[in-house]
Design a protein around this ligand. Structure first.
Ligand code: PGA
Length: 259
């Protein structure tokens, strides 16, 4: 059984005045929720404050990006050891906003993935096709290319330590989520590739979460699919109550699935 996972990606939202009550609300709202792992990924500037709020709770800390080098002359960048020092356990890599806005390549994302693993951070490796790619029937080709490149030279044993996020670009921030069956189809395809790249056992244990307009209204149906192991949530993670609802629904669907 794979433990369901819900990740809140706050993106570039959250001054400390906003981040503190949001993290507190999520922590308190999930005090009695079991059978799900929850990760909050605030902006770098709020990691320490959010980490202090989450300390001792079941909600863990993640970051939205990292540099592939452990230190060096890279103005404005954040290295993996700086994240682990603050208590981060996860890091989102290869998000489509970074691929598009700052031109992150598969090669760079691969270096970041290997660096994260080397420093004990679990990469949440994002893949996903654009609307145009889907229209042209290139969904599988796109995600396969991103997955193979992202995991290049990662030893088979280490692949088991990765989380994948399938995030169709057309579904991010648009309100139009992939249907549960559209997402499940791609997740199944990715899992097949993982069994080739790692092993069948590893592929069966790796969590593949879905991201793109996940909200309270669709979280349960998405997580009811046996291939969908949880959610990477952007916009809807900025409201504590709303995010708590998503996590609880994901946990409930996961528990039903497990029976
Ligand atoms: P969204 O973003 O939930 O706002 O669509 C998801 C993401 O970009 O991770």
């Amino acid at each position: 059984m794979r433990m369901p996972l819900c990740v809140g990606n706050w993106k570039m939202f959250g001054t400390l005045a906003e981040a503190r009550p949001l993290a507190t609300g999520v922590r308190d709202g999930l005090r009695r929720t079991k059978d799900v792992e929850t990760v909050l990924c605030p902006p770098f500037t709020a990691l320490q404050a959010v980490g202090e709020i989450l300390a001792g709770s079941s909600v863990v800390l993640g970051a939205q990006n990292c540099h592939p080098e452990p230190s060096g002359a890279h103005t404005g960048e954040i290295a993996p050891p700086m994240l682990t020092e603050l208590g981060c356990r996860y890091v989102i890599l290869g998000h489509s906003e970074r691929r598009r806005e700052v031109g992150e390549t598969d090669e760079l994302i691969n270096r970041k993935t290997r660096a994260a693993l080397a420093h004990g951070l679990t990469p949440i490796l994002c893949v996903g096709e654009t609307a145009e790619e889907r229209r042209q029937g290139l969904t599988f080709t796109t995600v396969e290319g991103q997955l193979r490149a992202g995991l290049a030279e990662v030893p088979a044993e280490a692949i088991a330590g990765v989380v994948l996020a399938y995030e169709p670009v057309w579904a991010i921030g648009t309100g139009a989520n992939a249907t549960p069956s559209q997402a499940a189809e791609v997740h199944g395809y990715l899992r097949g590739l993982l069994s080739e790249l790692a092993s069948k056992d590893a592929a069966g244990a790796i969590r593949i979460v879905y991201g793109g307009s996940v909200k309270g209204e669709n979280a349960e149906l998405l997580a009811a699919e046996s291939e969908i192991d949880g959610a990477l949530v952007g916009g809807a993670s900025l409201n504590a109550q709303g995010f708590v609802t998503i996590v609880k629904k994901t946990a409930r669907a996961g528990a039903v699935r497990g029976n």
